[in-house]
Design a protein around this ligand. Structure first.
Ligand code: ADP
Length: 401
């Protein structure tokens, strides 16, 4: 099992496009690491540098003990699986899978075809070996492409969005398959995806990139529960974390308040951390599963209005806007009022806030509701720098396999 080490890796294209900046990470042998981030954040560039398809501008990449910066791709002991399967149309599945080995090794044909049969078995496609690619479905082609990588028995698998051409159901199925195979073969894997559900379900660890910089790396549950900054908090998790703009007011020795979109008390430990950070503008982040919704008022509750309730099956998703109670008891919703003023506001700027609720726990025609925000489960970010300033670790994250 080979580890992969990135030591201060930087990639600059055309003299001034910084695609990856000072990237440091060690991937353990046999680990499944997923790279996620928005389009253009440098994921493919990192993968291509490991593969040897792209030069490294600065820093070092090592596979196992070997520094590979100058090593040609064919000597790197890696196999790559792309989004496009790129099978040779005129060759059978068997020949497609054998092709790389025939070119890159001196193995006798018999040994090569034995490996092809083994890989086909592992991928569940032995009956397709004599077919041509055009006779196969997208899912089957994907299996052949993966089988072709397995045949080479590489130390490292590099996956570049390998499932994005498949339909949702097949994608879910292939996720489990790829994981199983990677574990069975104990191959180190780097998996690039923009699909964070894929990342959450498949990875030992997830590395989150933005603008070519590593934002955080950790097991799925850790990056979900303990995001280091606002970017990670918003990127990981679907539906995404709710954000409320607030500022901090000290109320004396043993605590303070967050005021703004909401008005809530914070305990002494949180208050101490917020004060230590010295940030003026803050964002309070609470995930949809930590927002309680009730139709009954309580002093500690935040008033809101219901936009829509989306039934999802086991749970419903309630979209809400914050509101203030008017003198007559009706709700005045800030966001709605602002929107009316600015009909042209781009949709992306309207913060959609959401809460998971038990199905039918809120009546379908409800308009006014009351929220309880679970501060224990909240994150508080410096609105300027995005740093998570007052996170209290919720639970110990289990060690990775
Ligand atoms: P991602 O895979 O996360 O979408 P990429 O690694 O493809 O991101 O791209 C990172 C940045 O590098 C982007 O700004 C992209 O435009 C730029 N880039 C990628 N490949 C090249 C190239 N061959 N020449 C110039 N710029 C490139």
């Amino acid at each position: 099992m080979s580890s992969i080490e990135f030591d201060s890796v930087t990639k600059v294209y055309d003299g001034d496009i910084v695609a990856v900046e000072d990237f440091n990470l060690t991937i353990e042998g046999g680990e499944f690491l997923t790279l996620v981030g928005p389009s253009g954040s440098g994921k493919s560039t990192l993968l291509r540098m490991v593969a040897g398809l792209e030069e490294i501008t600065e820093g070092t990449i090592s596979i196992g003990e070997e520094r590979v910066n100058k090593l040609p791709p064919r000597h790197r002991d890696i196999a790559m699986v792309f989004q496009s399967y790129a099978l040779y149309p005129h060759l059978s599945v068997r020949e497609n899978m054998a092709f790389g080995l025939k070119r890159s090794t001196n193995l006798p044909d018999e040994a090569i075809y034995d490996r092809v049969e083994d890989a086909a078995e592992l991928m569940g496609i032995p009956e397709l070996l004599d077919d041509l690619p055009k006779q196969l479905s997208g899912g089957q082609q994907q299996r052949v492409a993966t089988g072709r990588a397995i045949v080479r028995e590489p130390a490292v698998f590099l996956f570049d969005e390998p499932l994005s051409n498949l339909d949702a159901k097949l994608r879910k199925h292939m996720r489990t398959e790829l994981q199983r195979i990677q574990q069975e073969l104990e191959t180190t894997a780097i998996y690039v995806t923009h699909d964070q559900e894929e990342a959450m379900t498949m990875s030992d660890r997830i590395a989150i990139l933005n603008h070519g910089k590593l934002q955080q790396v950790g097991p799925p549950r850790e990056v979900y529960n303990d995001p280091k900054n606002l970017f990670v908090a918003q990127f990981i998790g679907s539906p995404s974390m709710n954000l409320f703009e607030v500022s901090y007011e000290s109320t004396g020795d043993d605590g303070g308040r967050l005021v703004g979109d909401v008005d809530i008390e914070v305990g002494p430990e949180r208050a101490r951390r917020i004060e230590a950070a010295g940030a003026e503008r803050l964002k309070l982040g609470i995930r949809p599963e930590h927002v309680g919704v009730s139709q009954r008022r309580d002093d500690s509750h935040v008033a809101a209005s219901v936009d829509i309730i989306e039934p999802l099956g086991a749970r419903d998703l309630l979209y809400f806007e914050l509101g203030e109670e008017a003198d007559d008891g009706s709700l005045v919703t800030g966001d709605a009022a602002a929107l009316e003023d600015e009909q042209t506001a781009p949709e992306a700027e309207v913060d959609e806030r959401k809460a998971f609720i038990e199905p039918e726990s809120i009546s379908e025609d409800a308009t006014d509701v009351f929220l309880s925000l679970d501060l224990e489960q909240a994150d508080i970010f410096d609105a300027e720098t995005g740093t998570n300033v007052a996170h209290l670790t919720r639970e110990e994250t289990p060690p990775t396999a």
